[in-house]
Design a protein. Structure first.
Length: 319
């Protein structure tokens, strides 16, 4: 089978397709024929070996052998199952998340039946299903952790990206008033997704708007608690998806009775995938795909994602 492998940190060109042995499922695993996957900003950072502290996990000088095939989101068909598998059977169409093991950038991958894996929504193709995993579940995770309730005022910074497009929709679904921050070319998109107000970050600094929000959800890591606290309510929450410094701020503010920083990692996605599947099948959640690339153009997809201007998701397809 073909798999995308990189043996050194660097630009998109370090990615190359190689022929490798097809994996065989263990007794508690399923073998998935991958039909679609995505490219995320997080994977681009891994490929570059960034942030530097992340190399403790990825490898200090070069990628560890077990992490040389990137990819976290996938959709495909179960080809075989181990003897102890009861959740799935051959022929099932699934979508899921590989987590820290990575490996979705391949024609086949094995996942434990207890992994973040679910039958894909019946009304989505493989491409859309692959794009409905990490961004959507991460948005759901942070909104829940920030204590989202009906009637809350929520600001989504980076509203047109993968996490952002889902955050706007999910916050609206749960009854919030949503303000979306994005560039001018994406204003119409986020309005279509349900944003009540749109701030063009090229013209206005949200932290000087004078408005008040219960949650500021920073999907890009380009804002800060210092900025957010000027517009947060007394019990408001700043929820950034990245930044080691925010982890320390979270620990410090957890002792406060006022504004807090909430951080974390959305890794176990089983419950979230089941909920998201229901919303998608009820046509209450829309998947936004910017571009699609064939597997042999994976490096080009990485190059595009690194521009920082993708709308929603970038998908890789395997025929």
């Amino acid at each position: 089978m073909k798999a995308a492998i990189y043996t050194r940190f660097g630009p998109p060109e370090v990615l190359a397709l190689h022929q490798v042995p097809k994996p065989e499922p263990r007794e508690d695993e399923v073998l998935i024929q991958v039909r679609a996957m995505t490219v995320t900003s997080a994977e681009c950072a891994m490929r570059r070996g960034e942030p530097l502290w992340g190399r403790i996990i990825l490898g200090l000088r070069r990628p560890r052998k077990r992490m040389r095939t990137l990819g976290t989101e996938l959709a495909g068909r179960v080809e075989a199952v181990g003897a102890k598998v009861t959740r799935f059977r051959p022929g099932d169409e699934v979508f899921g998340f590989t987590g820290f093991r990575l490996g979705a950038n391949a024609e086949y991958v094995c996942l434990a039946q207890r992994a973040s894996l679910e039958l894909k929504p019946v009304n989505l193709g493989f491409e859309e299903a692959a794009a409905a995993v990490d961004g959507a579940s991460t948005a759901l995770y942070f909104l829940r952790k920030a204590g989202l309730r009906a009637g809350h005022r929520v600001l989504v910074y980076g509203a047109s990206g993968s996490i952002g497009t889902y955050a706007v929709q999910l916050a609206k679904h749960f009854g919030a008033h949503v303000t979306a921050v994005c560039g001018p070319r994406n204003a119409d998109l986020v309005a279509e997704l349900g944003a009540d107000e749109v701030i063009d970050y090229t013209k206005e600094d949200y932290s000087r708007s004078g408005a008040r929000y219960d949650i500021v959800f920073d999907t890009l890591g380009k804002s800060s608690f210092a900025q957010a606290r000027t517009v947060l309510t007394r019990q408001g929450r700043y929820a950034p998806t990245t930044g080691l410094g925010n982890t320390f701020l979270s620990l410090g503010t957890s002792l406060s009775r006022g504004r807090k920083v909430v951080t974390g990692m959305s890794v176990d996605k089983n419950d979230s995938l089941a909920l998201l599947k229901g919303l998608i099948e009820a046509e209450q959640l829309r998947v936004v795909i910017d571009r699609r690339y064939p597997f042999d153009q994976l490096a080009e997809a990485h190059r595009y994602v690194e521009t920082g201007h993708k709308r929603g998701n970038v998908v890789i397809t395997i025929d």
